[in-house]
Write a protein that binds this ligand. Structure first.
Ligand SMILES: Cc1ncc(COP(=O)(O)O)c(C=O)c1O
Length: 417
């Protein structure tokens, strides 16, 4: 690679981390559909295992060689190298699902007796893992809400009586489905305040909603940037995967646990994501452009009460400063309240022709769903109300279709209300 020029991630997605000469000159990384790798000799096998199992540190310039696809595989390694470019992380780890990335991270950095502070709402699967599994193993947890300031959050931590056991702050921002924002830098200040000599308070951010393009949590002080790679990274609604980006030290811990949980992505999933990453930027940019057009159409529609879209945050609004500092685009996720309730929302959803009625997000096709009865049905009704997740709320994930067609479809469906 040319040392004189800093190539942008989108320019490197077709080549970075891959040496064609090692694969018969193939311009694209082949699919390494293999469970195990042949060692040149027994000494090589011994060396690889010593590094993989942490029995000794790597010598200078020594690389971990290929051993077994639960430990490493070229498709996953190239993918991890490329993913790291977007978040400018030292390393990353890919998983067989977003939930695998999230649960492995929480398990690695939390132990019984620790306290976890987390923003609400978090993705339903994460919420369940915290309330059900972490509770079962004796991890204490306490929620906070977007919009709460440093003093309020400190008071929440102190109220638990376990401030000295705070081990992690887990954040999802923008919040799904209302796009409310959490200030990552503020979380860093809080985490540093509660870090002890023997216990750093880690910050993990689920960055799924903005993908690797529009928010870079590590540059705002987070230690870990987590993804459901099923969404923008995969981007075509044809795979389930997850990812985690961070420093070499944190990713080494996460990869070690991944090796023993065995929840790494399969080679084929990795190979598919390598294809997806080549078009990540152009897909996401088109999605954001379409979302802007759709949001403008919805804003003044007589059948709509309110639109939740980052592009509508104005100077003077609560989230303005954080929005300007933390995001490079309003993204492609928006929600809106229809006039009425569940019946009106369902009439709209059932009338859609081009936009598909399905959960998930960040894909090439536009999707619509009803959070109160679908993705967020597991959230306690009182909390749902506090978070503005009501019967009249619809969530849209905007795809790469022609935006005039999207607006036509939304318009004809709104006419059914
Ligand atoms: C914000 C967010 N985080 C995590 C997940 C879980 O990812 P996966 O379904 O890939 O396990 C999802 C899935 O919808 C999500 O929306």
């Amino acid at each position: 690679m040319d040392q004189k020029h800093n190539f942008k991630p989108e320019s490197l997605m077709m080549s970075y981390g891959y040496k064609p000469e090692l694969s018969e000159g193939a311009v694209k990384p082949p699919l390494f559909q293999t469970s195990t790798f042949v060692f040149k000799n027994a000494e090589e096998g011994k060396n690889f295992f010593e590094i993989a199992y942490g029995i000794r540190e790597k010598h200078q310039n020594e690389e971990l060689g290929l051993i077994y696809s639960r430990i490493n595989n070229p498709d996953l390694e190239i993918l991890e190298n490329r993913l790291s470019l977007w978040d400018q992380s030292e390393d990353s780890a890919v998983f067989e699902s977003g939930m695998a990335a999230i649960s492995t991270t929480l398990l690695e950095f939390l132990k019984p007796g620790d306290l976890l502070l987390f923003s609400t709402p978090v993705y339903g699967g994460t919420d369940h893992f915290i309330h059900d599994f972490l509770k079962k193993i004796g991890v204490d947890f306490i929620p906070f809400q977007p919009g709460q300031g440093k003093k309020e959050i400190e008071a929440i931590i102190e109220q638990t009586g376990k401030a000295d056991r705070l081990a992690m702050i887990y954040v999802e921002t923008p919040a799904n489905p209302t796009n409310a924002l959490v200030d990552i830098q503020m979380c860093r200040t809080i985490a540093d305040q509660y870090s002890r000599e023997d216990q750093k308070v880690f910050i993990a951010v689920d960055n799924t909603y903005m993908g690797p393009l529009w928010q870079h949590p590590l540059s705002h002080g987070a230690d870990l940037s987590l993804y459901s790679a099923t969404k923008y990274i995969g981007g075509h609604s044809d795979l389930i995967a997850g990812a985690c980006c961070g420093s070499s030290a944190v990713i080494r811990r996460i990869k070690t646990l991944r090796t023993f949980l065995g929840n790494m992505a399969a080679p084929y999933t990795g190979w598919l994501m390598l294809r997806s990453l080549e078009t990540l930027k152009i897909r996401m940019e088109q999605q954001a452009l379409n979302a802007e057009k759709v949001a403008a159409f919805l804003k003044n529609h007589p059948k709509i009460e309110k639109v939740y879209y980052l592009g509508f945050i104005e100077k003077g609004d609560r989230d303005y400063e954080v929005y300007k500092r933390q995001y490079t685009s309003p993204g492609a996720m928006l929600s809106f309240d229809v006039n009425g309730g569940e019946a009106e929302a369902f009439r709209f959803l059932n009338a859609l022709k081009l936009v598909k009625l399905a959960v998930s997000l960040g894909s090439t096709e536009s999707l619509a769903q009803h959070p109160a009865t679908m993705t967020h049905v597991g959230v306690d009704p009182e909390t749902r109300k506090e978070l503005a997740i009501t019967e009249k709320l619809i969530r849209l994930s905007i795809g790469v279709e022609n935006y005039e067609d999207l607006i036509y479809d939304l318009s004809q469906a709104l006419d059914q209300i």
